[in-house]
Write a protein that binds this ligand. Structure first.
Ligand SMILES: [Zn+2]
Length: 123
């Protein structure tokens, strides 16, 4: 039943002018669609999917939600801490700011790693 709705949805996408591509959704493995502005979209999850380039030039697919949003927030915090550090003159305060900075950088690094899953299908 669910499957049927899914196929109907995909047919609708094609009728709307979306193009089906060979990439699959990182979350549900459904084929992705490309809209007119060349953006990937998963009809099943009803979410936009973004291609990200990893450190080694590996292209990964990522849903525009959760993690990506979190990464944005962390980057904002990073800028904030940066500004605080540049103004801080008290060494003790600076020390705790640096600790926060390191934790932020560590988190961002981890998100990057999660964001580049093995989707090349090496099964
Ligand atoms: Zn999906």
């Amino acid at each position: 039943m669910e499957e049927e709705g899914h196929i109907k949805k995909m047919a609708q996408m094609l009728r709307k002018g979306y193009t089906m591509v060979s990439d699959v959704c990182p979350a549900c493995q459904s084929p992705l669609f490309l809209d007119k502005s060349k953006q990937l979209f998963c009809a099943n999850c009803e979410k936009r999917v973004i291609k990200t380039k990893g450190d080694e030039g590996i292209t990964a697919l990522m849903q525009e939600s959760g993690l990506l949003e979190l990464k944005k927030v962390l980057n904002q915090k990073l800028n904030y801490i940066n500004a605080l550090i540049s103004k801080e003159k008290n060494l003790d305060e600076l020390n705790s700011l640096l600790r926060v900075l390191l934790a932020l950088l560590d988190s961002i690094e981890r998100i990057k790693r999660i964001g580049t899953p093995n989707i090349e299908g090496n099964k």
